[in-house]
Design a protein around this ligand. Structure first.
Ligand code: SAM
Length: 357
């Protein structure tokens, strides 16, 4: 199904909860655990979300002091994980923020139905004076190393609970066998030889060790359909889990993005826009749908729109619902680009400048 059609289905499902409805973004108000049930299965490409941490016990964040025990909190998160698996497209991704104290147990909960690909350590190289307790506290009073990082769990929906088994690997293997081709024959047809053995590229793709480029996928697509034994294959955007990375970007799992400096009206847990953009750019195609179930200041939705994707934001607190609504209005003119040929340039202002090739 196309992204615009998926977006329309989500709008229809959430219609009774929608507070603001923009061309490429919707904001729904209420308890996201309840609202998620109205989002159609396999309709979202990226879930980028930041639940209450529970361990930080901030009474100015709804949900942070709600749970009487870690067990109760983890049971609540597990109910989300079940819904997230249902909602995500099989080639989708999830990135979930959490506190370092809870990360290991949340990761275990994820591993029931997701392949956990990275646990990112986000540390904040802030200037003195904007460093929380780090500079001010008495170091001699510490009884453990000072926790100066947050974690982000990055995962994909699991196929058979196997880290290396990708959705695309399964699609390719099934179609190739249906076409009656061996790995070697498909390699010959596409001309995509591995460096080491003759079955090379195809066997690596099927094993999930890597994925084909758009051009390589076009060759596979034609080769399989031309056998006359395979009637349809997903498009590149529906087959491959996007992960766009290069050496000019932060490609390791240790990140150093400064936190958002205090300003009047700042959300107590507001995440830096540039970090959210880094995530969205790497893990989605232009036009994809990005869901945030704990929208807070609306930064995920703002980053999503700046990059020409479609945003679905859910928030429970009326104060933040109103904030997101007015924040997103400035993005209503940002166009959605249906191809990967879009380039963008970031500006200091909130609005993005988009050009299309
Ligand atoms: C950690 S903050 C998210 C901050 C956000 N990432 C940002 O950059 O501004 C969590 C947010 O989730 C909201 N929230 C808590 N429980 C919720 C629920 N059940 N449904 C929807 N929103 C919820 C809180 O009101 C809070 O704004």
């Amino acid at each position: 199904m196309s992204r615009p059609a998926d977006f329309q289905r989500i709008k229809t499902g959430l219609s009774e909860f929608i507070v603001s409805d923009f061309a490429n973004a919707i904001l729904a108000g209420g308890d996201s655990l309840v609202l998620l049930k109205s989002i159609p299965s396999h309709s979202v490409s990226l879930i980028l979300t930041d639940p209450p941490y529970h361990s930080t016990k901030k009474d100015n964040i709804f949900g942070d002091t709600l749970f009487s025990s870690d067990k109760e909190f983890l049971e609540w998160i597990s109910r989300y994980i079940e819904e997230w698996k249902r909602i995500l497209k099989p080639n989708g991704s999830i990135l979930c923020f959490c506190a370092s104290e809870m990360a290991a147990r949340i990761e275990v909960a994820f591993s029931e139905s997701f392949n956990v690909l990275s646990q990112i350590v986000w540390t904040k190289p802030n200037e003195p004076g904007f460093d929380g307790w780090k500079q001010k506290m008495k170091k001699e009073a510490l009884r453990q190393w000072y926790a100066h990082s947050e974690r982000i769990i990055f995962a994909e929906p699991a196929m058979h609970g196997n880290l290396h088994r990708s959705y695309f690997g399964n699609v390719l293997k099934t179609a190739r066998q249906q076409a009656g081709l061996t790995m070697k024959e498909l390699t010959e047809i596409t001309g995509e030889y591995g460096r080491v053995n003759h079955g090379g590229a195809v066997s690596n793709w099927e094993a999930g060790r890597n994925t084909p480029s758009r051009d390589q996928y076009a060759k596979i697509y034609d080769a399989l359909l031309n056998t006359g034994k395979v009637s349809c294959l997903p498009t590149f955007e529906d087959a491959i889990r996007p992960f766009a990375m290069d050496s000019s970007k932060e490609f390791t799992d240790v990140w150093t993005f400064p936190s958002v400096r205090p300003y009047r009206g700042k959300h107590p847990a507001e995440k830096p826009l540039v970090m959210l953009e880094h995530i969205i750019e790497a893990t989605t195609f232009p036009g994809d749908i990005v869901l945030d179930c704990f929208a807070g200041s609306g930064s995920t939705a703002a980053a999503t729109l700046r990059l020409g994707r479609r945003a679905v934001a859910v928030e429970i607190e009326p104060q933040w619902i109103a904030h997101i609504s007015s924040r997103l209005e400035i993005f209503t003119q940002v166009a959605i680009c249906p191809t990967a040929a879009m380039t963008y340039s970031l500006k200091n202002s909130e609005t993005a400048s988009l050009t299309f090739d």
